[in-house]
Design a protein around this ligand. Sequence first.
Ligand code: ADP
Length: 464
Amino acid sequence: MKNKLLNLSLKSKWMLAVGVTIFVSYALISVVLYIALQTWLIHNEEKNALRTVDDMTTYFESQGNTVTVQALQNNTALMKAILNQEQTVRVFNLDGIEVMRINDAAPAAQLPQNQNYFSTMIEKQTIAGSESYVIHRVVQIGQFQGIMQLIHPLAAFQSMMNYILTTIFIIGFGAILFSVMISYYLANMLMKPLVQLRDAMSFVRKNGFTAQPKFDYAAKDEIGDLLHMYRTLMNELEISFTKQQQFVADASHELRTPIQVIEGHLSLIKRWGKDEPEVMEESLNTSITEIARMRKMIEELLQLARREQADEHAYADIEQVYEQVKEELLQLYPAAEFHLTVTGEKSAASITEHALAQIFRNILSNSIRYNSNVPNLNVNINYNDSQSSILVTLEDNGIGISEQHLPHIFDRFYRVDASRTNKVAGTGLGLSITKMLADKYEVEIDVESKLQKGTFFYLKLLKK
Ligand code: ADP
C-alpha cells in the first residue's frame, strides 16, 4: 500500500493529498457544526414545549377556583392561541379518561404509570410515526385535578436537520470536486514543465545535443529558475562537449602526421641505415625533431586539458616577470630586441607569476619567431599602471596577421597560412593557452594586427 502510494505520479499524489486534506477537514468541521446545531435546535424545541406547558398551567390557574373543565372545553379559542398548530394538549382525569382536548394534530400517548408522583415529566416518543416530545404535568382546573399531556412533534426539527445535512453534503461534494479540479489544473500546470524537462533529458541522453527542446513556461518562479538553469547548464555542456570532440579530433589528427613521419624514417633506417650512414643520420634527426614537436604538443595539450582553479591569492610583479621571460628568450634568440616603457606606479597584478610568464612568453616568442626575416624588428612592451587596473601592451612591427585569420588565432591548433607555418615550428596551441590563462585570471585580452605593419596585443590585468 505504502509502495503503491509512493509510486503514484506526482500529479496523483498532489491531487490525492489535496482531496484527502479537504475532505477530512470539511468532514470534521461539518460533524462538529452539525452536532452543535442539532443540540441547540433540540434544546430550543424542548424549551418551546416546556413554555407551552407552563403557559397552559398559568392559564388554568388564572381561571380561579370556580371554573369547570366543561366551561373551558366550550371556549378553547384562547388556549389554541397559546399552542402552535402542531402541538396537541389533552387533559385526562386521574383514571386516565380524556376530559378535554385542544388541537388534534396527533393521537394521544400512553399515560405514565406512576402518575401520582410526578409533577412534570418529559420524554421522547414516536407518535404516529413521527418523533415527538411528550410532556405530562398534573394540573388543577378549578376543583378538578387531572393530568395535562402535551404532544410536541419534532417533524419540523427533523426536516430542518435533514435539510442541513443535505446542504452539507451538496456543498462538501461541490467543494471537494472544485478543489480537486483546481489542484488538477495547478498540478498539470506545474508538472508540465517538469515532464518536458524529463523528456528533454531523455532526448539528450538518446540523441546527444543535436536539438535542444524548447519549454513553454515563462513564469519566473522556482520551476522557471530550474528550467533556466537546465538550459544554461546544457548549453555549457554542449559547448564543452563540442570543444572536447573537436579537441580529440584535432589532437589525433595533429599527432598522426609526426607519427607517420617517424614511422617512415624508422623503416628507412631499418632498410638502408646500416649501409648508408647519411640516410641514418638524416632520418634520426628528423625523427628527433618530430618527437620533440610531439612532446611539446602533448605537454601543451595536457596543460589545456588541466583546468585547475585560479589561485585567488596569487600576485605577480609584472616587471620582474617580464625581465625573467626576456632573459629566457634572449638565450634562444640572441638577436632579439625588447623595449619596455613603464608609466604610472608599479603594483602587483592578480595572477600567478607562472601564468603571466607563460602569457608573455607565448606572445613575445611569436613576435620573434614569425618575424625573423623582418629588418629592424622592434618589440615594444608598454606597462601602464592606472587606478583600477594594469594595462600591458605588447607590439611588434612584423608581418602581421590578415583580417581573415585574426579572429581565429586563439583557437586550438589554428595556424595562419601554410607557407609561414612550414618555416616556423609550432603547434597552434600557444595563443589558446594564453587565452585560457587570461580567462582564468580575468585578464582581458585583445589583439589588433595589420599585414606588413605589425601585431598589437592588449592585456588588462586586475590589480592585487
Ligand atoms: P603557434 O604554436 O603556431 O605559434 P599560436 O597559437 O601561438 O600557435 O599562434 C597562432 C598563429 O598566429 C600562428 O600560426 C601565427 O601565424 C600567428 N601569429 C601569432 N602571433 C603572431 C605575430 N606576432 N606575428 C605574426 N603572426 C603571428
